[in-house]
Design a protein around this ligand. Structure first.
Ligand code: NAP
Length: 276
């Protein structure tokens, strides 16, 4: 079995980016908005800022209280849109329950939308055109598959999960590479019957233990996007890695698979948007 190593692949991407950045006379500036005190979000934001710093990308953290009001968050986004020294804006999700993410994402200037979540950038992806940026997690998965030369054309890809940030954009990217794509979700009947047909199986449900060995076709390529906390407190994905790995031709580990690729794509988007 081939382990699709996102850690090593992302390090290569980041070291290439570092060289590009060293040659640039002015540098991009990434503004990160963090609302509330979600512990996982705090860790993600810290990691993103750490990576940016290592590369010489300036980053700015706008940390807001849990009870932030709608008009306050809109004002923060408008200020960052107007601020010429800020070249990329990231709104860390999830937001507290009283704030609807779409109301705010849709207000970010598409040319600063480093996550590729604005209606403009998602619409460009839907139209098979280049927007300013593509969503980092799906983009990172596509890059990892490309790195390992996994053929996609004509193959059946099953994506479990239909979120706007992972499942849906990934399905479009796979379709663009001529895969035949099925999207499954929590209302899908007979999930196992569908996943068993997958040449490429992407698990992005956020449910540990969801994908067991009997649900996977012999020789399939399995990408586990999820980051769950297991009973033992350790990080795990949706896939029963230990049993599935004996059956498949390639698989991503958790951690060390999709996670590091996501951060690498965020850094790449930050640089590419600054240059275009
Ligand atoms: P999300 O918004 O909660 O979406 C989960 C999707 O999975 C939904 O479409 C849901 O269906 C579906 N689902 C849930 N339970 C299911 C089941 N039993 N069977 C089939 N489908 C099921 O989550 P997300 O933001 O897309 O993230 C998914 C996972 O990836 C999470 O574990 C998250 O932590 C992880 N993630 C990792 C990275 C990374 O960098 N590695 C980045 C982003 C997210 P419905 O639509 O019907 O509810």
């Amino acid at each position: 079995v081939i382990i699709l190593d996102g850690k090593t692949t992302s390090e290569k991407i980041l070291s290439d980016l570092k060289i590009r950045l060293e040659e640039m006379s002015s540098k991009p500036c990434l503004a990160v908005i963090l609302v509330g005190d979600n512990p996982a979000s705090q860790i993600y934001v810290r990691n993103k800022q750490k990576r940016a710093k290592e590369l010489g990308i300036e980053s700015r953290l706008i940390s807001c209280p849990q009870n932030l009001q709608k008009d306050e968050l809109l004002a923060i986004i408008q200020n960052l849109n107007a601020d010429k020294s800020v070249t990329a804006i990231l709104l860390q999700l999830p937001l507290p329950a009283h704030l609807d993410a779409f109301d705010f994402i849709s207000q970010i200037s598409p040319e600063k939308d480093v996550d590729g979540f604005t209606p403009y950038n998602l619409g460009m992806l839907m139209s098979a055109r280049n927007g300013f940026a593509n969503a980092c997690t799906p983009k990172g998965i596509m890059r990892l598959l490309e790195e390992y030369k996994i053929p996609l054309e004509g193959r059946h890809a099953v994506v479990v999960g239909r979120s706007n940030i992972v499942g849906k954009p990934l399905a479009l990217m796979l379709l663009e590479k001529n895969a035949t794509v099925t999207i499954a979700h929590s209302k899908t009947r007979n999930l196992a019957q569908i996943t068993k047909c997958a040449d490429i199986l992407i698990a992005a449900a956020g449910k540990s233990g969801l994908i067991t060995a009997d649900m996977v076709k012999e020789g399939a390529v399995v990408v586990d996007v999820a980051i769950n906390r297991g009973h033992d407190g350790k990080l795990c994905g949706d896939v029963d890695f230990e049993n599935v790995k004996n059956k498949v031709s390639a698989i991503t580990p958790v951690p060390g698979g999709v996670g590091p690729m996501t951060i690498a794509m965020l850094m790449e988007n930050t640089v590419d948007m600054f240059l275009c």
